[in-house]
Design a protein around this ligand. Structure first.
Ligand SMILES: Cc1cc2nc3c(=O)[nH]c(=O)nc-3n(C[C@H](O)[C@H](O)[C@H](O)COP(=O)(O)OP(=O)(O)OC[C@H]3O[C@@H](n4cnc5c(N)ncnc54)[C@H](O)[C@@H]3O)c2cc1C
Ligand code: SF4
Length: 455
């Protein structure tokens, strides 16, 4: 069933221009100049601010001396997804936010772009920096092929483990492939990084949903340890009348199409409303505008100061001429003949702060109004996808649906470890990588750090 009205189709060139990288690759000259600005701090705050603790001064120093291979090795040893992290990390709140240049009133070193520059050198030349460890006779399964599992699998393969990844999607990479905005990272870029993990001998079994196509009991029989890196699931429902209408989408579902399908094939309304104000909502509204939607609203029941999205992301949406309806609560999705035609909203006033310090909104009677839209996207957080684990004795699920783990990322069932969004509740790629690496070290310790057995 078509939408009531769709955005006009653009030329292939226009789509490419709209989704062009927002932080383009550095040239050799740019990288050399930028690297030479670094002060190579001792106890570098950037390294401490990075969840994977990449030795930033060390890799930048190697760029400045022309040792790009060594620089990439420095990065990828700490973070095998160093290339995509260089593109997608919210650096302004992580490494670059901690850069001492701020204290001098200068712009921070562009760590993310330098990191990408160094790793690009080895990726584009197919230089293989790491090799699998000598087989140690132990087998580990990873459920999910997102950043958490990729990091865990890559690290374990280096120690000599035989690792198999199972993922329900057609392509590996998790949200790096299917979720993060196309102007930050394309699916093809994510898959190049997956190849680094494949080169370490990790086996990928795609289109297998554990819990449905493959039982956990089977995995337990076949593997010595199991890492759960299933991320989060679909977007929460709004529970509004009219949500069943055609033209109402979940944010993940909509964004996935912008990553998996050619831009011209992604149907988008001429007028779009996105409900929510986090980073995912920003990805929705910017994607809708770049696909050609003429009017895009971001609707949030609290005010601008309470907006959870990073400042930098908010700025992107402003540049894309998104209309922000603050202190506005959706009440009902309107439709005709089964398709979306509008969204009934009401203004809110903000009261006392809740436990998280956010002021709670109350609808103001008599301020109801309607926005004329052809498409509504929910971006109010992702549901956990951990129900299939409830049958495993010892794997406990927290009230918010995340998996309960100890400091070593081990669950109450010693064979199961977990990390990434499914355990931390949803953070960034670099956090998922850090979790995966930490879990790999824990798995290794728990299995007695076996090394090189003869087969
Ligand atoms: C729209 C969006 C934009 C984002 N933008 C950014 C950004 O700009 N920068 C940033 O750093 N972070 C961003 N993030 C966050 C980042 O993508 C996640 O933190 C990260 O991908 C988490 O990695 P993960 O491995 O835990 O999970 P995921 O990447 O979600 O991977 C989980 C994988 O598990 C698979 N799976 C799930 N259940 C099963 C099962 N039962 N059997 C088999 N496979 C299963 C899924 O198919 C998926 O491939 C964004 C997230 C979203 C939703
Ligand atoms: S991984 Fe991300 S946070 Fe860490 S140094 Fe690189 S860009 Fe910064």
């Amino acid at each position: 069933m078509p939408l009531r009205d769709t955005a006009p189709k653009l030329s292939a060139e226009q789509y490419e221009e709209n989704f062009a990288e927002i932080a383009p690759a550095m040239s050799e000259r740019q990288a050399s100049i930028e690297a030479s600005r670094c002060l190579y701090c001792f106890n570098a705050p950037c390294t401490m601010a990075c969840p994977t603790h990449i030795d930033v001064p060390a890799f930048i120093k190697k760029i400045s001396t022309g040792n790009l291979r060594g620089s990439a090795r420095e990065i990828l040893t700490a973070n095998i997804l160093g290339h995509s992290c260089g593109r997608v990390c919210p650096t302004e709140v992580l490494c670059e936010g901690a850069c001492v240049m701020h204290e001098r009133g200068e712009s921070p070193i562009e760590i993310g772009r330098l990191q990408r520059y160094a790793v690009e050198y080895v990726l584009s030349r197919d230089i293989q920096l790491f090799c699998p460890g000598t087989p140690n006779g132990k087998r580990v399964a990873c459920i999910g092929s997102g950043p958490a599992s990729l990091a865990c699998a890559g690290e374990l393969a280096k120690y000599g483990y035989e690792v198999t990844i199972y993922d329900r999607h057609e392509l590996p990479g998790g949200l790096n492939t299917y979720g993060i905005a196309a102007y930050k990272v394309r699916a093809a870029d994510s898959l190049r990084e997956v190849d680094l993990v494949k080169q370490l001998g990790v086996q990928f079994c795609q289109k297998i949903e554990v819990g449905r196509d493959l039982g956990l009991a089977d995995l337990e029989k076949q593997f010595d340890a199991i890492f759960i890196g299933v991320g989060l699931g679909e977007t929460w429902a709004l529970n509004l009348p009219g949500e069943e209408l055609h033209g109402v989408y979940g944010a993940i579902e909509f964004i996935e199409r912008t990553k998996a399908d050619p831009f011209a094939q992604v149907e988008v309304g001429r007028r779009v409303a996105c409900i929510g104000a986090g980073n995912t909502a920003i990805d929705v509204v910017t994607a809708a505008r770049r696909l050609g939607a003429q009017t895009v609203y971001l609707i949030y029941r609290r005010g601008e100061p309470e907006m959870p999205a990073f400042k930098y992301e908010y700025q992107l949406a402003k540049q894309d001429s998104v209309i922000f309806l603050w202190q506005t609560q959706p009440m009902r999705i309107l439709g005709e003949r089964g398709v979306v035609t509008g969204l009934e909203c009401v203004r809110t006033e903000l009261g006392q702060s809740d436990r998280k310090g956010r002021r709670s909104p109350t609808p103001i009677v008599g301020t109801e109004f309607t926005v004329d839209v052809d498409m509504v996207v929910r971006a109010v957080g992702q549901k956990p996808t951990t129900d299939f684990l409830r049958t495993v004795k010892g794997v406990d699920i927290n009230p918010d649906g995340t998996i309960k783990i100890n400091e070593g990322h081990q669950t109450g069932h010693p064979k199961y470890f977990a990390g990434g969004d499914c355990a931390n509740g949803g953070r960034e790629v670099v956090d998922a990588v850090a979790d995966g690496m930490a879990a790999a070290r824990s798995v290794d310790r728990w299995l007695g750090s076996p090394r090189s057995v003869k087969r």
